[in-house]
Design a protein around this ligand. Structure first.
Ligand SMILES: Cc1cc2nc3c(=O)[nH]c(=O)nc-3n(C[C@H](O)[C@H](O)[C@H](O)COP(=O)(O)OP(=O)(O)OC[C@H]3O[C@@H](n4cnc5c(N)ncnc54)[C@H](O)[C@@H]3O)c2cc1C
Ligand code: SF4
Length: 325
């Protein structure tokens, strides 16, 4: 990695002040835990005109639990989500997803907001400047051709955040603060399938919190991920599932995926699998749905065919396990 260039850091005390700083300096970049941003800057990806540090903003650190559900501030750390007893018992998929992100040291500073806004990944992009330069760069940064799909006109870098699928399976929405005020958006609509620009944040906007509606009684959930190094790695494929099984019948099922497409997404067609017991045939049908909707490309050292298959198997195993809890 290259050595860090110098830049100024401002530390506002409110989210509104952070937005005002972004309006005043559109080329500044937000920093929370810095565990995604800093390696990218040291790889020469991006050269912001100053950093706006979110760590002094107390309002981003709230965790509220009420009859309506949960409100979790964007500044809450992943180690909090992974270890809090109430999150582990009520939202196991979120705690499990948080526990799989990076290493323990990263998780003590890495935040929910940073995880939902991290950059996409591709083996032709997450490299040092000299490496990318020797490949004549690529469409996403400094070049004109995508090395993964040279005939195409878009970047296929993979969305590899672990928390988004868990929160999409929970039907969560995000609070977004910007110059025009606060807006809320279902998290599933926060992302677009474009590896170069997967977030729908407009300039000077930031995420302040995530809202998770109350779960139906009897909900069961979990998160599973395949990765090259079990101790610390981004997902080759990650699957979150939230389901209700009543008297052995699957009555509700939401499945969301990461690592395979340029955005995390909710699997469609799962309603057709409900109102029946979880049988091997049902799991086969689930696997087929996954295989149809994932779109892994040659963005990791592992083959796209493997990631397609492993995504389906993870989903089948997870829903199978949840149905017999
Ligand atoms: C070795 C290593 C392994 C990793 N493994 C994983 C992994 O397995 N899974 C995974 O998901 N991630 C992984 N990561 C990436 C990263 O650690 C996590 O995604 C982490 O949650 C990022 O959060 P952060 O607070 O550190 O974000 P930062 O690095 O501070 O920010 C990331 C991006 O989000 C923006 N941002 C931050 N907060 C907000 C906000 N509130 N509103 C709008 N934009 C915001 C920043 O401007 C920046 O663009 C890994 C990183 C490393 C170095
Ligand atoms: S998918 Fe293509 S454009 Fe995107 S980062 Fe990889 S090589 Fe670059």
């Amino acid at each position: 990695m290259d050595s860090m260039t110098s830049f100024g850091v401002q530390s506002p005390h409110t989210a509104a002040a952070a937005v005002a700083l972004l309006v005043a300096n559109p080329h500044a970049k937000l920093i929370a835990g810095g565990t995604d941003l800093m390696p990218n800057l040291r790889h020469g990806i991006g050269a912001p005109d100053g950093l706006i540090d979110l760590n002094q903003i107390e309002e981003l650190n709230q965790i509220e639990r009420s009859g309506q559900g949960w409100i979790i501030g964007a500044g809450v750390t992943l180690s909090q989500l992974a270890t809090r007893a109430d999150v582990r018992s009520e939202l196991p998929l979120l705690a499990q997803a948080a526990a799989t992100v990076a290493g323990p040291g990263h998780r003590t500073v890495a935040t929910l907001g940073g995880n939902l806004c991290l950059d996409t990944r591709c083996m032709f992009y997450n490299q040092g400047q000299w490496w990318r330069e020797s490949n004549n760069f690529c469409l996403k940064h400094g070049g004109e051709v995508c090395h993964v799909a040279p005939q195409g006109a878009r970047c296929h870098a993979a969305w590899s955040g672990d928390l988004a699928p868990a929160l999409i399976a929970l039907n969560a929405s995000v609070d977004i603060l910007g110059p025009l005020g606060l807006r809320q958006l279902p998290l599933s609509e926060f992302y677009v399938d474009d590896g170069a620009q997967p977030l729908t944040l407009t300039p000077a906007e930031l995420i302040t919190a995530v809202r998770i509606p109350s779960l139906r009684p009897g909900s069961r959930s979990g998160y599973r991920k395949a990765r090259v190094r079990g101790a610390i790695d981004f997902p080759l494929a990650g699957v979150a599932a939230c389901c209700v099984v009543s008297k052995d019948v699957l009555t509700e099922l939401r499945v969301a995926l990461t690592g395979t497409n340029s955005r995390p997404f909710l699997l469609t067609g799962t309603e057709a699998l409900c109102q029946q017991p979880v049988t091997p045939e049902l799991l086969t049908a689930l696997g087929k749905l996954v295989q149809k909707q994932v779109n892994p490309m040659r963005t990791t050292g592992t083959s796209a065919a493997y990631r397609r298959q492993v995504a389906a198997v993870l989903a089948q195993r997870l829903v199978g396990e949840l149905s017999v809890l």
